[in-house]
Design a protein around this ligand. Sequence first.
Ligand code: HEM
Length: 422
Amino acid sequence: MEIAEALALLMSPAGRVDPYPAYERLRGYGAVVQAGPDTYVVTGYAEADEILRDPRFRVLDDELRDRLLPQWRDSPAQSSIARSMLETNPPDHGRMRRLAAGVFTPRRIAALRDVVASQADELVDTMAAAGRDGAPVDFLAEFAYPLPVGVICALLGVPAADRPLFRRWAADLTGILEPEITPAELAVADAGAVELRGYFAELVAARRRQPADDLTTALVQAHDAGDRLSGEELLANLVILLVAGFETTTNLLGNGLAVLLAHPGAADVLRRHPEHAPAYVDELLRFDSPVQLTTRTSGEVVRIGGAELPAGSWVLLLLGAANRDPRRYPDPDRFDPWRAQLNPLSFGAGPHYCLGAGLARLEAQVAFPLLLRRLPGLAPVGTPRRRTRLTLRGYDIMPVTIGDSASAADHGAPVGTAPGTP
Ligand code: HEM
């Protein structure tokens, strides 16, 4: 199989559902390989990590966007993402990122632990009630979506009643993060962007009239104070914070639960020893990353991983493949929370390293032990449905039964302490 064929396999419907065989084929050609004119694919952990940290590589800038997506200025979805910190290079990137970063410091994230635990507890109550008679419950709709959306909405100051709006809009918008998109998918993404921007334009106006103690107010004040954030950037970053704040974490909870249910022995250890949640969550992130790829472009000729990348080349960094690089992770297809080293590339690296990594980790570290402890009979049922997305990997629907656990056993036991843990 040629490199181009392996890449086509990755982009095919089968590759989107299970990209790992295509990653292995691509890896067979090298850690960095040319896959088309000026297009390179990276499957190596060390190489992807190096590129993400190397200032010669930049996120898509307007010049490359003009070349690759000539109509991007007419697309609300593409132009919105383009004005967010996710797709902005220095010096503007640091200016935008600093404005939001104060909310995501380790101290402020740690202070959210009890809020996350009580929201997760309430969602388990609802799931247990819905599944009491043995009826299947959709884990995505009942838990994996509402937990992260509730947390990020609370930080942004989005009213609780509005939360159900975002699942569709965000799913529609994030289609533009795919490496290939059809005109029909772009139209759907544009409609999602218009809804989300319209929503935030109203929230901005409300906070301007009546400030509150939330991230939206902080960004509105940064905009109104002068030249720190343009109107376009304000909306673009509010949208990206909301969307990045839950789409990915929903997928971490969904992908992660699927792995735990398929590994009952490992799940049982976590049930009894929740203090191991940090290692489990990082291994779940490595094993089936909610973000499978990102892209960069090089401003000059760069030699890396035995390849010479010309200036202006487009580099597809396959984070999901890097996370299974056997040079870093021996026996990479095995789920093993006891690995000597973890630190997967699921949150990226370098200047764009995920702003919400601490928050996402906290949510998962609280949620998995709590789910396993309160719903010990949780089991998959029927056929879960994978999304046909490559970049943001996750499920649409994941039916589970609550089993013999609807008593929701030790409701109220402190989160983070294992009964019988030494
Ligand atoms: C498991 C959950 C998550 C995963 C796997 C994830 C993954 C990522 C990755 C890979 C990037 C870097 C993209 C690149 O370098 O091109 C990123 C950036 C970002 N993430 Fe996350 N993310 C998660 C959760 C969150 C949460 C909860 C937030 C909450 C606010 C968030 C906000 C952001 C933002 C704002 C950026 C852009 C940072 C920048 O460009 O400087 N993410 N995320």
